[in-house]
Design a protein around this ligand. Sequence first.
Ligand SMILES: NC(=O)c1ccc[n+]([C@@H]2O[C@H](COP(=O)([O-])OP(=O)(O)OC[C@H]3O[C@@H](n4cnc5c(N)ncnc54)[C@H](OP(=O)(O)O)[C@@H]3O)[C@@H](O)[C@H]2O)c1
Length: 284
Amino acid sequence: MTGASTGMCAATARELARRGFHVLAGVRRDSDATPLRADRIEPVILDITDPDHVTALAARVERDPLPLRALVNNAGVPGAGPVEVMPLHEWRRIFEVNLFGHVAVTQALLPALLRGRGRVVNISSLNGRISMAGYGPYAASKFAMEAMSDALRNELAPHGVQVVVVEPGGVKTEMSRVGLAALGRLDDTMTPEQNERYGALMQAIPSHVAAFTRAGVTSTVAAKRIAAAVTDRRPRTRYTIGATAAFLVRASRILPDRMLDRMTTSDLRRHYPTGNRRRLTAAR
Ligand SMILES: NC(=O)c1ccc[n+]([C@@H]2O[C@H](COP(=O)([O-])OP(=O)(O)OC[C@H]3O[C@@H](n4cnc5c(N)ncnc54)[C@H](OP(=O)(O)O)[C@@H]3O)[C@@H](O)[C@H]2O)c1
């Protein structure tokens, strides 16, 4: 699994070890390896955007006499901010982790997964199904992961490898703190015109993220769901995490775009600074 230093993947590593699996837990720093190391949890240094790390992981897996049961592509970075404002190099960095890194790890481990008739579990997001103002770069990377997963599922089904997508709603992890720090830096780069266009939205996002996370489930709850996606004998193609994700993913399948727009906009509007709440409405 990738991105096991914190959050739902650290919890999933412990849950899978408890169920008797030997877990290779990817972390980027030695300091994150030490607290994770335990019976049946073996930390491996893995930055999924570093080709040397990915090659070393594949070599470690090849040396193992046990079959590879599953790859959990979990590592992720947040990416909130208006489409216009997010610099292109940041768009690329977000995709480098949230999409291309996972493609690289999947390609490297596919020979072992095919031999072991294993499973790929891709951790997407509610934002892999619903995009909204202020979340474009992150949602775009997760929509891309969903599309990649659909293709991979159909390509590998005849060869005995299953591909499963997990779509969490809010989960109480480090991600919101990391995301809000990045949003603050982005805010500082806005021109006066951009500030006029997006200032209120930029103020609404932290409050929206905080409320979303506060209403979310714990990493332990998320871990049990991810562990089910890894171990269910006949897995579904997609698992949601949390009631909000279950409801909104279902709604996204049946509601017309304009109605979804109204839902996401009114949800955001509650977090606008007073006096700016009409701005989003006026824009529709
Ligand atoms: N929390 C939520 O509400 C939520 C909702 C929907 C989807 N998700 C998704 O769930 C997954 C797990 O997120 P989380 O909430 O558990 O957040 P988290 O605690 O911030 O965990 C993210 C993990 O990704 C790792 N990572 C970042 N860049 C990496 C890279 N280049 N190579 C390898 N690892 C990297 C981080 O490592 P470092 O510690 O080294 O940075 C960390 O271990 C993500 O894909 C996220 O998009 C989260």
